[in-house]
Design a protein around this ligand. Structure first.
Ligand code: MG
Length: 306
């Protein structure tokens, strides 16, 4: 099964949205208007054996599940309001383990100012062994008068930038930074405040550089060129590994004009430019052998990865 094909189908089949819905499927969060108030919402899940290794500590799973959804709030340069969580608990788990999971969800939500205010717990049948946690986040635009940042707003000539470093977030044993990353909520709000309307598009790096940039390029009807030499790659990581690495949770954005080289504590690196020279959605990598399209290079949820 090809997850991206399913998502494309869902996006296409919800082309016409009822009036209160301003942002529909295809972005990091959706947005709906009620009584004049704009409300953003999104849901994400963590499955034991898919997104975390089987037997991972409940504290780490709870943290990751909440932080993953909060990273989508960062991707829109939105401000968190609250969260809801569900957990399908394996029949083999005892009460202590379940409480540790719930506490991690609650504490992480509180830390990032998205208090957990509801949810549901179900205990799975004895032969169903894999935990599933979902987290729904609610958020609002950064301030009155300032809009959220979507994947649709990139324009030709925009510089393409990312925060932090790329690659190596998942260790061979399934551990690593993907369990401990910090959602870039503060940095995204700061970027939105500094760049204002010059911040044209943004996404959080969760599926891989090629795939995530392709999403912006497709929705903005552009192509992109990326300079392999400019990528801020961690030590001991190859270019190939870096561009295929998902679960980075850094901000990937496009902007026009001057962009600072830091936002709060994080470095910002320019890695490329949005152009119209190639087919829509093409992400051309230069300076790494022959120029090639990396738009399908990323972490495919259903075919590999952790
Ligand atoms: Mg996202």
């Amino acid at each position: 099964m090809d997850e991206s094909a399913i998502i494309s189908h869902i996006i296409k089949s919800t082309d016409i949205l009822p009036k209160p819905i301003i942002i529909g499927p295809g972005d990091d969060l959706g947005m709906i208007v009620s009584n004049g108030m704009k409300l953003l919402a999104g849901v994400d899940q963590v499955i034991e054996g898919r997104h975390v290794k089987i037997g991972e500590e409940p504290e780490k799973i709870g943290y990751k599940a909440m932080a993953r959804s909060l990273s989508d709030v960062a991707a829109m340069a939105a401000r968190p309001l609250g969260s809801l969580a569900t957990a399908a608990i394996p029949g083999s788990w005892d009460q202590d383990k379940t409480i540790r999971l719930c506490d991690a969800l609650r504490e992480t939500a509180y830390r990032f100012e998205a208090p957990l205010f509801g949810g549901d717990i179900a205990v799975l049948a004895a032969d169903q062994e894999h935990l599933v946690v979902t987290v729904t986040v609610l958020a609002e635009p950064p301030s009155s008068g300032r809009l959220v940042t979507t994947r649709r707003g990139a324009v030709e000539g925009d510089g393409i930038y990312m925060t932090g470093m790329l690659g190596g977030t998942i260790d061979d044993d399934g551990g690593g930074d993907h369990l401990e990353f910090t959602p870039r909520i503060k940095q995204a709000l700061e970027l939105s405040s500094i760049l204002e309307e010059r911040l044209h598009s943004m996404i959080d790096l969760s599926d891989g550089l090629g795939v995530d940039l392709k999403s912006i390029a497709q929705l903005s009807e552009l192509s992109a060129v990326i300079d392999a030499n400019s990528l801020p790659i961690r030590d001991d990581v190859t270019i190939e590994q870096a561009i295929q690495s998902g679960e980075e949770y850094e901000l990937l954005f496009s902007a026009t004009g001057d962009v600072p080289d830091h936002v709060l504590d994080l470095p910002i690196t320019r890695i490329g430019t949005f152009i119209t020279d190639h087919a829509i959605g093409s992400i051309m990598l230069e300076n790494d052998g022959p120029v090639r399209d990396i738009s399908n290079l990323g972490w495919q949820h259903r075919t590999g990865g952790q």
